[in-house]
Design a protein around this ligand. Structure first.
Ligand SMILES: Cc1cc2nc3c(=O)[nH]c(=O)nc-3n(C[C@H](O)[C@H](O)[C@H](O)COP(=O)(O)OP(=O)(O)OC[C@H]3O[C@@H](n4cnc5c(N)ncnc54)[C@H](O)[C@@H]3O)c2cc1C
Length: 443
């Protein structure tokens, strides 16, 4: 450690951002206290027990450009647990399933006029070789895409994809966000004519989460606490002094805080932040996610990702994760996710789990008429209130720095990934970056 006195850093949240920050700080000799409000670690990348094995609450696939994750996995000696598979993507449109994994599939995709198929392909290639996005931040994704690929191609291909992620806000998203989404996936293609290759960890994100937690548990200077909800971050003379937990109002004095919680939570627990800063952060709006996880006796389709564009189906995708992760050893059974993003105030966010399952069953049946509800052996519904910041036009102006106006308070939040989509790789990058800032500042 750089200074002769051991500095204490409280890390709020044991998701991948918090765990990565704590890992780097702990290795440098800082006293690190990770405080996680839930009874489990991993945050959005955490798992539930399904058939006595951990399965992620939300699906996670990895792209070739996710260097921060890939590097950390190697660093932790887990390189042999990361595998790559060609992605199998399909489109469900007008009652029909279309292949959509390769340029040959695109050429055959008769739901879109031929010329627009070509324009779609050219847009993917151009996006793959573009690195600058600043101008696209000022343009809407919808108008940019329609101009690039044509109205029908937009309606059929991108509209449902944007709806999967942004629900009713799908037409307010910036072109920079969709550009990066195209770029990230296109970079997972080894050759132009091949499908994308997506990565997965053998036990999902749990593999890296548990490895980081093990490292922390082995450090005498690190503490990893669950059921430890932070109530308030305290400061004096513009500098962080400590935090209080909800449980028993326990106070933990510290020299620095890394907050990895969503901005609305940060604002709630940090009353000392100046009002102009609070105002700026309050402008960021989030969507929640509701996601069904289904274990089935047999697969619904042979695809990893089925995009759905059908007015009779109230969701826009089925992600059949076991068609990607070949190490699940399910004996021919299947694990599928059905997500949708929406405001937490929308009635559908609070529908009963049973009602959601009825919707899912009806929708799956339309995609595969042979499907029978008796295929479902187990199911879970997960919800997360701050799953996705709404990346509207001009979003770059809203992105906060890691360093806040309070000395010693650093933040990581998914808004800072912009224009990148939310990924575990970016969460790791932000956590490690902030740890690096603290180390540099105190050395
Ligand atoms: C449906 C869905 C699908 C996704 N798919 C992919 C994918 O395919 N590939 C990919 O790479 N990424 C994917 N992601 C994104 C990925 O899961 C996230 O980017 C990543 O897990 C975020 O990690 P984090 O540590 O930044 O935040 P989080 O995981 O949100 O961690 C924050 C932690 O803070 C805790 N907390 C909150 N309030 C308090 C408090 N007051 N006190 C203490 N602790 C608190 C929370 O419980 C949580 O554990 C997906 C996310 C979702 C929701």
């Amino acid at each position: 450690m750089a200074s002769d006195q051991q500095l204490t850093v409280c890390v709020i949240g044991a998701g991948l951002s918090g765990l990565s920050a704590a890992y780097d700080l702990g290795r440098q000799g800082y006293r690190v206290v990770v405080l996680e409000s839930e009874s489990f670690i991993g945050g959005l990348a955490s798992s539930v027990e399904v058939d006595e094995r951990p399965i992620e609450r939300f699906y996670h696939f990895i792209c070739g450009d996710d260097h921060d994750l890939i590097d950390l996995v190697d660093e932790l000696g887990l390189g042999d647990k990361l595998h790559w598979e060609p992605s199998k993507t399909k489109f469900y449109y007008n009652g029909k399933l279309y292949g959509f994994g390769t340029p040959f599939d695109l050429l055959r995709f008769s739901a879109v006029p031929f010329l627009q198929r070509i324009r779609f392909g050219l847009n993917v290639i151009a996006s793959r070789y573009t690195n600058s996005w600043e101008k696209l931040d000022k343009v809407g994704a919808k108008s940019w895409l329609i101009q690039q690929i044509g109205q029908q191609a937009y309606n059929v291909i991108w509209d449902p994809l944007l709806r999967v992620k942004f629900g009713e806000y799908h037409d307010r998203v910036s072109a920079a966000w969709i550009w990066h989404r195209i770029y990230r996936v296109a970079k997972s293609r080894r050759r132009l004519w091949e499908p994308e290759y997506f990565g997965y960890l053998e036990r999902g994100s749990e593999t890296v989460i548990e490895a980081l937690a093990e490292k922390l548990r082995g450090m005498p200077n690190a503490e990893l606490r669950t059921n430890a909800r932070v109530k308030q971050i305290h400061s004096a003379n513009g500098r962080v002094t400590g935090i209080t937990l909800i449980n028993g109002d326990e106070h933990i004095p510290c020299d620095a805080v890394v907050s990895t919680v969503a901005l609305p939570v940060l604002l709630k627990v940090t009353p000392d932040l100046p009002s102009s800063y609070r105002e700026k952060l309050s402008q960021v709006d989030y969507l929640g996610v509701v996601c069904g996880l289904l274990k089935l006796k047999q697969p619904i389709t042979q695809s990893f990702w089925v995009n759905i564009n059908d007015p009779n189906i109230p969701f826009n995708g089925i992600i059949e994760y076991s068609n990607l992760n070949k190490h699940m050893n399910l004996g021919g059974k299947s694990v599928a996710y059905i997500p949708y993003y929406l405001r937490t105030s929308a009635p559908r966010y609070s529908y009963s789990d049973e009602r959601l399952m009825d919707e899912f069953i009806d929708g799956i049946h339309r995609v595969n008429p042979d499907f029978d509800p008796s295929w479902i052996e187990e199911w879970h519904i997960s919800r997360a209130p701050y799953a996705q910041a709404i990346c509207t036009v001009g979003f770059a102006d809203l992105v906060p720095d890691h360093q806040t106006p309070l000395t010693g308070l650093y933040i990581t939040d998914s808004t800072q990934f912009y224009p990148e989509d939310r990924t575990i790789s970016a969460a790791i990058r932000m956590g490690r970056r902030v740890a690096g800032m603290i180390i540099e500042k105190s050395s």
